[in-house]
Design a protein around this ligand. Structure first.
Ligand code: ADP
Length: 263
């Protein structure tokens, strides 16, 4: 079923059935309002980029969406269920920020890291079986890292580690994949590989993607939908509409103001 969403800007964009719905979600860190009345609907098959200056609430939004942080007010619905009662976590993959910034002496192998992504399917504390192993190897194949499955995770480049953490998120075969600033510290070649992997996941497997980034220029060229966040949702629509509406220019101005403020 296709639904038509009325955007705050008055234009429309079509999306599949909602996978995520946020309604008037607000969140405070202490006395600081970090998310202010954010309403956002993510449709099945969307590739959504969430952009905004540093401190605009992007990471907080993902954590609230996943039920890791509890909002001060508002409703969050995942696959039709309220986030507080939602239990099908294997349907969602999450690659947190700085997933790759850990000690090089960390003893786990690539395959072990990816297998740990199966615990939502296998059940916590249960032993992994043949199906888990096959799914983990499939995920490693998808990201082009199967050959290095026995390598200690600490002995990989940043770009390779990033692919392993994406494979970990893919191991449960999620319908929705959330990635927080995944290209930080990754070189240009690895970035190009990363975006081509995302395109494949989105187009071939129909995975709904949510990518948080401050890299506006790159992200706008890849995604089907853009959400511009500055504690409030400034814009949600197609990248083309974002350009036309001046939302991006506004956000950039806001960013230069933030930078100026810090100096
Ligand atoms: P972004 O991901 O867009 O950079 P964040 O969601 O990380 O933004 O942060 C939004 C705001 O919330 C920032 O002002 C940040 O200082 C504040 N913040 C984030 N985490 C915490 C925390 N654990 N305690 C207090 N304030 C926080």
């Amino acid at each position: 079923m296709k639904t038509s969403i009325i955007l705050p800007t008055g234009s429309t964009v079509t999306s599949g059935d909602p996978v995520v719905e946020l309604e008037h979600v607000s969140f405070d860190h202490g006395s600081e309002r970090v998310l202010d009345e954010v309403s956002l609907r993510i449709g099945r098959g969307d590739f959504l980029g969430i952009i905004g200056p540093n401190g605009s609430g992007k990471t907080t939004l993902l954590k609230v969406l996943l039920g890791l942080l509890r909002p001060a007010s508002g409703q969050i619905t995942l696959f039709g269920s309220g986030v507080r009662v939602f239990r099908e976590w294997a349907r969602i993959g999450y690659v947190p920020q700085k997933a790759t910034a850990f000690d090089a002496r960390f003893p786990a192998s690539v395959l072990e890291v990816v297998l740990s992504g199966r615990s939502g399917v296998a059940g916590m504390g249960r032993r992994f079986g043949e199906r888990d192993r096959a799914a983990a190897e499939d995920a490693l194949e998808t990201v082009g890292m199967l050959e290095l499955r026995a390598r200690p995770i600490g002995r990989l480049s940043a770009g390779q580690q990033q692919r392993v953490f994406i494979a970990r998120a893919l191991a449960s075969r999620p319908e929705l994949l959330l990635l927080d600033e995944p290209t930080v510290g990754v070189d240009v070649d690895a970035q190009e590989q990363f975006y081509s992997l995302l395109r494949r996941l989105n187009r071939e497997f129909g995975t709904t993607l949510v990518l948080v980034s401050h890299d506006v220029s790159v992200v706008a060229g890849e995604v089907t939908h853009l959400a511009c966040l500055n504690r409030r949702l400034v814009f949600h629509g197609s990248p083309e509409e974002a350009m036309r509406s001046g939302a991006l220019a506004q956000l950039y101005r806001a960013e230069s103001l933030v930078v100026a403020h810090h100096h």
